[in-house]
Structure formats: structure tokens, C-alpha cells
Design a protein around this ligand. Structure first.
Ligand SMILES: Nc1ncnc2c1ncn2[C@@H]1O[C@H](COP(=O)(O)OP(=O)(O)OP(=O)(O)O)[C@@H](O)[C@H]1O
Ligand SMILES: [Mg+2]
Length: 817
């Protein structure tokens, strides 16, 4: 694709010494490529992202206007980082940078009417979508006996990511589950449109359809975004692919970078074929391979390479590095999660104290967010500053969602999920039946629920009293909505006051165990103040809500901060740290238990560990425990089968001080690398029973990761407190054991699934007056009194620092034997 023009520009580019100075020859080659498609395929740490930023700067230096360039990244954090780097290389530029979802959200704002939305449409987050899905399932009248709401949602999400419309889906050959989902899909979509809302998948789907059905608009946008760069291309799904492809037909200046070995979003529909087919789609493509790793020591790279070689579906790439050999990678075995956390925290403290490292040199990765609790506690206890890269979680708190729901409803009166949330929050005597009747009326007349509330008098089945209550709510709403254009801070304070939510929180906050809902609401108001300040002219409510909806878990991450970073493996993508700990490298965690049913998913788990390992620059430790408590359930642990695949002979293996013989008996110390793992046969049924209870029917990752904000964590311990889901999970368990420690069989004796099954979470009955318990934050304490039944069962516990009340179904309390 070398036209005479670009050759001339290349000549000019040679003057651009500063830009090209710190690049290798193949990197330079890629950076100086101007027109035509390009594929950069290379392993971790080889400078792919660096090439993207330098290439943008190079394009600008060649006179290409910034508004013709768009750089699509996978997380907001990656975009911010890119902007920072680019600002240094090309100050003052205004290149569009952001995630696919943000890109689509902005396009959709402009062209909303073309897909049947209004421009103030709302973006439903995962829990909003769940609510909407439940309602659609009811309205569609399907049975959920054989397909749970989560499964139905999963099938529909996959269909959307593959650009399958409801009509097309209904015409396909379907499994029984898919048949149910195919019935719900059109109803769900119709209800979303009535609510003037989209879910995350819709952002992509609508834009892909927009481009497909409007050739003129497609042409205009293709012309506008003449240069498109996509980083982490291996994780794009079909919808994302269709979007960049549609924007690169007349001007095929699409350049993508990726590493198939780092594809970790298959569960969300990412399709490796997008990378593999790139060369077919763009025959004139320039393909660049980068082989030198600049990030890691040879020790780290060898471990990563050995591991990933075990994947069958891949092409071997050889990476070399000129970096120093560094220290051997450590494999460490701890007694339990507490020891793991304490020991890691101690090491960090020691390294900092001896001036060998700073807190921000360290990162700790885990497969699931819930594992960070004990690490947090250990770091906090030692005064080590840390950050949990987990921005989504804040916005998932009940009180935050409540206040935001009022704002959503102000911004978009069609937002039915928000209405259902706030109509009786705080309590206003509007019961579930009344809400149900409003919903039915709304469905019948195809109007938003707020409209139904306004017409409450027309709903015959509503009692007079209920009508009055509903009208009162509408009056409150109208008073709030009248302030819609006030500065955000003012509006938010008015919401909290006018709805009497502040009083409600004051009254109810002592029910919660250790969080401060009022403090959180204050924090939200601070976010509003900040937003007002940063957007003095264009700061609309809509823009604020969009930012919140698209918030990424990595957004909260401040690189130059003097803090240790805790994050999931998914969130670590693209980043690098001098010293990395990967905790919980254990069977059923990593690989995740449900990935084992499927070869492709299993290989994805291996890639996930590969991604984690290759974040480390100088030093790396992998660890696993003999026992681990997850959601209050202490269970014996089997090491991850991936550990067996590492070059153990060259790694430094350390066992915890206690029970040294366990390590000896399970690892072949001869150096052959074979581990003699405990022989435990777990049948499918048994496995389901001893599961971590992630919400048994969800996609492997849906509730585990906080990747980039599109799959917020759903784990019960962080769920809204009124949810009874977590309680049901606990209550369903047979009262097999009397205390946690009684129930842990010696791992050496574990032979059968039955042994494993006896290692249950203690039933609520194990928490009695006088029982000694342990809490993550408060340490050991004694139960003074218990009261209430079922999900409302409470315990009052005395700790060294005072007394606290807990809802037992949710509390992070462990019985101390
Ligand atoms: N030519 C170079 N000279 C010096 N440092 C380099 C060079 N190329 C890359 N680096 C550095 O190596 C590290 C890895 O680069 P980068 O993050 O761009 O790799 P990547 O290929 O995008 O990795 P990943 O696949 O993990 O996203 C960065 O710290 C980067 O600044
Ligand atoms: Mg990168």
C-alpha cells in the first residue's frame, strides 16, 4: 500500500529522531507505516502498546489531523495511559482514545434515533440488566425450570456479541436452553427500547447494526475516522470486529496489535479468529512481528513460555530478552489464606524497610476479587498503603445504586429498573404487588412505569391507599426532576434530602456490619463535585451517568501512587510491575472449576495465568495454600495443575514452616517436575456440591471479574444486603459439621468426593453464644448474643476494639475451633 505520498512522508519522518530513537528496527518499521492495514502480532512485553502510541505521534507528525485518528483500547485505564504517553510525544493533540464501549456510547448518543432510542438513553449495568431480564422472562411467560435467568441472559449476550438478532435466533437450530432464550430475547429488547435503555452488549450491537444498515452514515464515519488503531485485538468479539471493519472499507488504515496467547475474554464472546482472519480480510496487510521482550527477566520469561507451550491451540512464538537473568521465580506453599496474606505482607514490609523497594513496585494478582479481603487486612494491619483496582465495586453498593437510580430516572423517565428501585426506597408503603401492577399496566400499554404511576388511578386493581402512595412518589419525583439542570452536586444533595434517603440511611445504617452507607453517599457527592469542576461547561447529568456506567475497574488505578496494587488477573492485562505475587494458584480457582468442562475454556485459564506471569519485570512469586476459606467455607485445596507444567527444577520452591512433609510428599523433589497430587476423584454431582457457589448457573467469569467494568462482581459478600441469594446458598447446605475446623479433614486422608463434601461451611447454627469467631477486619471475638431467624439472624460479637453486630448470612465470620 505504499503510494508515492506515503514514501514522501516517510522521508519527512526520518527527521523525527526523538520519536524513533528508542525503538528497535521492527518497531520503527511499524511506527512509520502510514497507509494501509497493519497487523502487529507479538508476545508480551515486546512493545506493542509502545508502537501504538509512537505511531499515533508519528501520524500526527506527518500532518494527519488528530480528529481523523481513533485509538481503541480494552480498558479506560489503557486509554488514559496512552493519552499520558502521547501527551509527552505530541503535546496538545486531541486524538480520540477510549474503549470500544465508550466509542459506541458516544456514536449512539448522536445517532440514537436511528436505532429507535432517544439521545438521553440509559446504559444498564449488569445488575440493572439482570432486573430487566427477570421482568422480560415474566412477560414472555417462559418457564425457568430448565434455563435459569442467568443462563438465558448468557445465551442472549452471546447472541448479541455475534450480532444475532431475535428474528435470526428464532430461525436457528437451538438447544432447549436456547429455545427458551430465543423467546425472551425479543421481549427483552422491546422492553429495553421502551425504557430508552441499552445493556452493554447493545452498545456494540446497535452501532454495528447502524453501520450495517446505513451505508451513507458508514461512509461518513469511515471518512471521519481515517486511521483506526486497536490494541489488544485478540480480545475483540464479532460485534467489535464488525464495527472496526465497517469503518475501514474506503480507508483501510486499520492497524491492530495483539497476542493470541493473551486472549482471555472468550467467555465474553472474544473471537481469536478475528486475529487469524485479519490477513484474509485485508490481503494487502503489512504484518509485523516483534520478538524482543523489554519487560521481564529471562527467568520470568522461561516460566511463562513453558506454561503456554501446553496450549494446543496456538502458534509457538520465541521471545528473547537482553535483560539480566534476575532471580528465580518462586513457588510457595502456604498453610492457609491467612498465612499467605500475612507472609506476603511481611515480605513487602521487609523489602520496603530495607530500601530495596517502594510500595508501588508490588502487585498482587488473584483469580477472584474475594481473595483480596485477607490480603487487604494483612496490608492494612502493617500500615502498608495499597489500592484495590476495583472501581466498579463502589458503584455497586446499595446506597450508591439507590441515589444513582433517582438520577437515572431524572435523566431518563423511561428507566424502569431505576423506578422499581426507588419507588419504595426509602419505604413509602408501596408494596411489591403495587409495583407488579404498575409493571403490568406499563407492559400492556407499552409505556414506561413512571407513566403507569402517573396514571395510577386508571389501574383498577390498585387499592385507593396504594394509588395515593404512588401519587406521592410521583410528586417527589417531579420536584426532583424540576432541578434536572442544576449543577450535579446541588441536584444530588436535593435528591438525598427530598427523597428522605438521608434519614432512611441514618435509621438503617446500624444494621450493616462494617460499612458506612452515609459515608459512601458523601463520597458520591464528592465525585459529583469533582465532575462539576472538571466539566464546568458541558457537565450534564447524562455525561456523568455515562461515565459512571462505563467506569472501569482499572480506572481507580494510579500508577505513580506509592501504593501496593491488588487486582484480578483479568484487570492486570497490559500492565507491568517490578514485583508480582500471584496468589491462589489452586485447582478449581485457577483453572476455575467450571472451565474444566471445556477444553477451550481450560486453555483460556492457562492464558490467564500466562498474562499474570508476564506482567512481572524483575521478580515473581506464585503461591497456593493447603486450605482456603472461601465465603466462609474452609476447604482443603489441591494445587493448580498448571504448576505441574512449569520448569520446577529451575524455580525456587518454598514451603510454609508448618507441615513440611506435605510438600515433600506431593512434589517430586528429584526435579523431574512431576507432582504427586492427592488422588481425589470428584464426580460431577459432588463437584457441584462443593462448589464455591458462584451462582451455579453463570458463565465461568461473569461474577468473578471486574475486568473493565462490564461484568461487575456479583459475589454475595459484596451484594446489596437485602438480597437473600447468599442466605439461600448458606441455608441450603446440610448441617453436616459443627464447626469449621472440625469439618476440615486432613488433606492427606482425602480420598473421595465424600471426604471433600464433609468440609462444609458451618451452618448458621454453629454461631452460638460464647462461640469464638474470627473476622477479617476485627480479628478474634466472642459471640455475646444471637437473635432472629433465617437471613435476619444476627450475632453481636465482642472484639478487642469493641462490639459489632453482624447479619450471619453475610458476615465474614469464621468459627475458631
Ligand atoms: N525499544 C524499546 N526500548 C526500551 N524499552 C522498550 C522498548 N520497547 C518496549 N519497551 C518497554 O518494554 C515494556 C513493554 O512494552 P509494552 O507495554 O509496549 O509491551 P506490549 O507488547 O504491549 O506488552 P503486553 O502484551 O503485555 O501488552 C514497556 O515498559 C516499554 O516501555
Ligand atoms: Mg500492551
Amino acid at each position: 500500500m505504499d503510494d508515492p505520498d506515503s514514501a514522501a512522508r516517510d522521508d519527512a519522518g526520518h527527521n523525527n529522531h526523538a520519536l524513533l530513537r528508542e525503538l528497535t528496527a521492527p518497531q520503527c518499521d511499524a511506527v512509520q507505516h502510514v497507509d494501509g492495514p497493519m497487523l502487529i502480532l507479538a508476545g508480551p512485553g515486546s512493545g506493542k502498546t509502545r508502537v501504538v502510541t509512537h505511531r499515533i505521534a508519528y501520524l500526527l507528525s506527518q500532518g494527519i489531523p488528530d480528529w481523523q485518528i481513533a485509538a481503541l483500547t480494552f480498558t479506560n485505564k489503557a486509554a488514559d495511559e496512552m493519552r499520558l504517553r502521547l501527551d509527552k510525544l505530541a503535546p496538545g493533540q486531541n486524538v480520540w482514545m477510549g474503549t470500544f464501549h465508550r466509542f459506541c456510547a458516544q456514536l449512539l448518543r448522536r445517532y440514537a434515533s436511528m436505532v429507535g432510542l432517544q439521545e438521553n438513553y440509559s446504559i444498564y449495568d449488569t445488575s440493572d440488566s439482570k432486573q430487566a431480564m427477570k421482568r422480560a422472562i415474566e412477560a414472555a411467560g417462559v418457564s425457568t425450570t430448565h434455563a435459569s435467568p442467568d443462563q438465558i441472559a448468557g445465551v442472549i449476550s452471546k447472541a448479541k456479541n455475534k450480532l444475532v438478532t431475535p428474528e435470526v435466533m428464532q430461525g436457528q437450530m437451538l438447544s432447549p436452553k436456547e429455545t427458551v432464550a430465543a423467546k425472551v430475547y425479543p421481549v427483552y429488547q422491546r422492553q429495553l427500547l421502551t425504557a430508552n435503555a441499552v445493556d452493554f452488549d447493545d452498545l456494540l450491537l446497535h452501532v454495528a447494526n447502524l453501520l450495517r444498515h446505513n451505508p451513507e452514515l458508514r461512509g461518513e464515519l469511515d471518512q471521519r475516522f481515517r486511521y483506526i488503531l486497536v490494541d489488544e485485538y485478540q480480545d475483540t468479539n464479532l460485534a467489535q470486529y464488525a464495527i472496526v471493519r465497517a469503518l475501514s472499507i474506503d480507508h483501510p488504515n486499520l492497524s491492530v496489535t495483539g497476542d493470541p496467547d493473551q486472549s482471555i475474554y472468550g467467555w465474553r464472546g472474544a473471537d481469536l479468529n478475528n486475529i487469524l482472519d485479519f490477513e484474509k480480510d485485508y490481503p494487502a496487510v503489512k504484518t509485523v512481528r516483534l520478538e524482543q521482550n523489554y519487560r521481564s527477566t529471562p527467568n520470568v520469561l522461561r516460566v511463562a513460555d513453558q506454561l503456554i507451550r501446553h496450549n494446543r491451540r496456538r502458534k509457538q512464538k520465541d521471545l528473547f530478552t537482553d535483560n539480566d537473568e534476575g532471580e528465580p521465580v518462586i513457588l510457595r506453599w502456604y498453610e492457609n489464606g491467612y498465612e499467605e496474606a500475612d507472609s506476603i505482607a511481611d515480605e513487602i514490609v521487609a523489602a520496603i524497610a530495607s530500601d530495596r523497594a517502594r510500595p508501588n513496585d508490588f502487585a498482587i494478582f488473584c483469580r477472584m476479587n474475594s481473595l483480596t479481603r485477607s490480603l487487604e487486612h494483612a496490608l492494612r494491619g502493617r500500615g502498608v498503603p495499597y489500592q484495590i483496582v476495583n472501581g466498579v465495586e463502589f458503584y455497586q453498593r446499595k446506597e450508591i445504586k439507590d441515589v444513582l437510580a433517582y438520577l437515572h430516572l431524572v435523566n431518563n423517565p423511561g428507566h424502569d429498573v431505576a423506578l422499581s428501585r426507588v419507588i419504595n426506597t426509602p419505604t413509602r408503603g408501596i408494596g411489591a404487588k403495587t409495583v407488579q401492577r404498575l409493571q403490568e399496566f406499563a407492559d400492556r400499554h407499552n409505556v414506561p412505569m413512571l407513566e403507569a404511576a402517573r396514571r395510577a388511578e386508571e389501574i383498577e386493581s390498585l387499592a385507593k391507599r396504594s394509588v395515593t402512595m404512588v401519587q406521592k412518589f410521583v410528586a417527589i419525583y417531579d420536584r426532583i426532576a424540576a432541578r434536572a439542570t442544576a449543577p450535579l452536586e446541588e441536584l444530588m444533595r436535593f435528591v438525598v434530602q427530598e427523597s428522605q434517603y438521608d434519614k432512611y440511611l441514618e435509621k438503617t445504617s446500624d444494621e450493616s456490619d462494617d460499612s458506612s452507607p452515609l459515608g459512601n453517599v458523601d463520597e458520591l457527592i464528592s465525585a459529583a463535585v469533582d465532575f462539576d469542576r472538571r466539566h464546568p461547561d458541558d457537565g450534564s447529568l447524562e455525561a456523568f451517568l455515562e461515565q459512571v456506567a462505563l467506569v472501569s475497574d482499572t480506572d481507580a488505578f494510579e500508577e505513580n501512587d506509592q501504593r501496593v496494587t491488588l487486582m484480578t488477573l483479568h484487570a492486570s492485562k497490559g500492565l507491568e510491575f517490578p514485583r508480582v505475587f500471584i496468589v491462589g494458584v489452586e485447582d478449581d480457582l485457577l483453572p476455575h472449576k467450571r472451565s474444566k468442562e471445556d477444553d477451550a475454556q481450560f486453555e483460556e485459564e492457562r492464558r490467564l495465568l500466562f498474562v499474570g506471569i508476564t506482567r512481572a519485570k524483575e521478580w515473581l512469586q506464585l503461591s497456593c495454600c493447603k486450605r482456603r476459606m472461601i465465603r466462609g467455607d474452609t476447604r482443603p485445596v489441591i494445587p493448580s495443575p498448571f504448576l505441574n507444567e512449569l520448569p520446577l527444577e529451575e524455580m525456587k520452591r518454598i514451603e510454609s514452616a508448618v507441615e513440611r512433609n506435605f510438600f515433600d510428599s506431593h512434589i517430586d523433589q528429584s526435579g523431574s517436575g512431576d507432582w504427586d497430587l492427592p488422588a481425589i476423584q470428584i464426580g460431577d454431582d459432588a463437584q457441584a456440591d462443593v462448589s464455591f457457589d458462584f451462582g451455579a448457573n453463570q458463565d465461568v467469569n461473569q461474577d468473578i471479574n471486574q475486568d473493565d467494568g462490564f461484568e461487575p462482581s456479583d459475589e454475595p459478600s459484596r451484594q446489596t444486603k437485602e438480597s437473600t441469594a447468599a442466605f439461600e446458598a448458606v441455608a441450603d447446605e446440610p448441617a453436616a459439621a459443627t464447626s469449621a475446623s472440625d469439618s476440615i479433614p486432613d488433606i492427606g486422608k482425602l480420598k473421595t468426593a465424600a471426604d471433600l463434601m464433609s468440609a462444609k461451611r458451618p451452618p448458621l447454627s454453629a454461631f452460638r453464644e460464647g462461640t469464638t469467631v474470627r473476622h477479617f477486619d476485627y480479628g478474634e471475638g466472642t459471640i455475646l448474643a444471637v437473635s432472629g431467624l433465617g437471613p435476619k439472624r444476627m450475632a453481636r460479637v465482642r472484639f478487642a476494639d469493641g462490639e459489632h453486630n453482624f447479619r450471619l448470612a453475610f458476615a465474614k465470620l469464621e468459627v475458631v475451633g
